[in-house]
Design a protein. Structure first.
Length: 119
């Protein structure tokens, strides 16, 4: 629920520059703060990959603030529940996680633009 509140705050704050040393660092300062402080203190308990905050960052970057917020809230509602039986497993850093990327969840409303160079 904390992440959902942070997602709402993400609507009002501009994105900063991404850290060149770590491409997984979120652009949004609220998500960076969450990962650096709250998530570290709370522990890495998210069974999903990417983590919910990483998913939020991807959704905001790909779809903008409104759909990013909706997708983030949807992910938080699904995290650790039935999605663990539906999505495929993936090994990350020696741990098994449930693979649930943004690309797997925007098919129902997002249609990529066709490549103008393809016939």
């Amino acid at each position: 629920m904390i992440l959902c509140l942070l997602a709402v705050l993400c609507l009002t704050l501009p994105a900063g520059a991404q850290s060149p040393s770590n491409p997984d660092t979120p652009k949004n300062p609220i998500l960076r703060f969450y990962q650096a402080t709250i998530s570290r203190a709370d522990g890495n308990r998210c069974p999903m990959y990417p983590s919910c905050s990483g998913y939020a960052d991807q959704a905001f970057n790909k779809h903008g603030p409104v759909m990013g917020w909706i997708m983030t809230c949807d992910r938080l509602l699904r995290c650790g529940r039935s999605e663990t039986q539906l999505a495929p497993d993936i090994r990350i850093h020696g741990q098994t996680r449930v693979f649930d990327p943004v690309d797997a969840n925007d098919f129902w409303w997002f249609t990529p633009r066709p490549d103008p160079e393809e016939p």
